[in-house]
Write a protein that binds this ligand. Sequence first.
Ligand SMILES: [Zn+2]
Length: 143
Amino acid sequence: MKKIETSKGVRYQLDPAERTDLIVCAQNVIVNTYPISDDGYATALMTVSGSIYEGISYKSETHTLTMHAEVTALANAAIHGETDVVAIVGPNCHICKQLIYENGLNSGIDIMIIMDEENGPHDVPISEMMPYAWPLLKGKSES
Ligand SMILES: [Zn+2]
């Protein structure tokens, strides 16, 4: 991965092999969605160390307690002491975009959303997906 300094913070551009690994990891864990296999969503994220952590949707009959794949992936990384996320496979719902954005707010990393599209992967920084995000990036525009 390549580190890039921007006015929105630090970004990391994954190389094609890393991007492919991340997408394949997300695709491979879809069979582990809970409680029904392959009935939900899966994702994978990469941290600054190059580690990959997968996440799956974990549904509850209450709906309120359902955890999205991004939530479990971020928690999976945090459980292993890794919170500096550089990229995550999307698309992501708006609630998860907020959580991803807040992770970046804490780490100073403008997290890349890896969109696996028909014509190939496409990277979009979370800051471009949330132009009027809350809370604002304090001090980052001053540096
Ligand atoms: Zn979500």
